[in-house]
Design a protein around this ligand. Sequence first.
Ligand SMILES: Nc1ncnc2c1ncn2[C@@H]1O[C@H](COP(=O)(O)OP(=O)(O)O)[C@@H](O)[C@H]1O
Ligand SMILES: [Mg+2]
Length: 279
Amino acid sequence: MTEAQTTTTAPGTTEHADARPGLNKQSILWVDDISVSFEGFKALTNLTLVLDPGELRCVIGPNGAGKTTMMDVITGKTRPDSGHVFMFGQTVELTERTESEIAVLGIGRKFQRPTVFENLTVFENLELALKAHKGVFKSLVWKLQGEQKSRIESALETIGLTERRDSKSGLLAHGQKQWLEIGMLLVQDPKVLLVDEPVAGMTHREMDKTAELLRSLAGEHTVVVVEHDMDFVRDISGGGQVTVLHQGRVLSEGTMDEVQNDPKVIEVYLGKPEGAEAE
Ligand SMILES: Nc1ncnc2c1ncn2[C@@H]1O[C@H](COP(=O)(O)OP(=O)(O)O)[C@@H](O)[C@H]1O
Ligand SMILES: [Mg+2]
């Protein structure tokens, strides 16, 4: 007898699995053939993206390429017209789930604008994020347990704000607020972190520190960084994969050097002077 077929796939997914046999069952996140349209306008067309556990993936592309829509689909904010999003190989399908279910499954998202509570201290913001995630927000008897406390301490260390733990968040610099918000995701112990344009408005020094922070998160977490700033992408991608989106499709994928030398990319994105309009 040949090897037993032990693969378990959710109903209705067999066709996809068979269509891409190599497509790895160990992927942490698999955006599979997603299409989204808004009143006839195609924001995403057959978008496929496979992320390995611990990978740091940069996603770049001109305005309107579909980057934010992709994150909206992954996090359950937008329902796709067709396609699937799988976590943990193919064991969990996300497109039927609610935003909070997806967050609990381990996908954390950082929006572009920091949303920290300015009147609370750094520590209190982290505590609140942990409580909110645990669903004990309304509980009167909830107290920080040892393990949870050390999770906050470790997040403080990672984001470099240990010394500012008792400062009101409103007093932090812009970059520090962004790091605090990353910390607020970290205490929720996400498997995947989606980060939308983290360095917008940052000083060069803050950008360097952010690059370092995001790189340090990869390995233990899978990190997806959507970013316009090419220097920043070059800085953090290292030899890792960069995905270029254009008009809702993957235009190119490879190392930064590979995509930067891809004629398709040069034509639609990199080669065009800043602010130039396509014909
Ligand atoms: N809710 C929506 N309704 C209509 N059009 C939308 C909506 N969200 C996004 N779009 C359109 O989809 C395209 C992709 O947008 P978006 O994902 O925000 O791109 P990016 O983040 O790469 O700049 C844009 O043309 C945008 O105008
Ligand atoms: Mg966007």
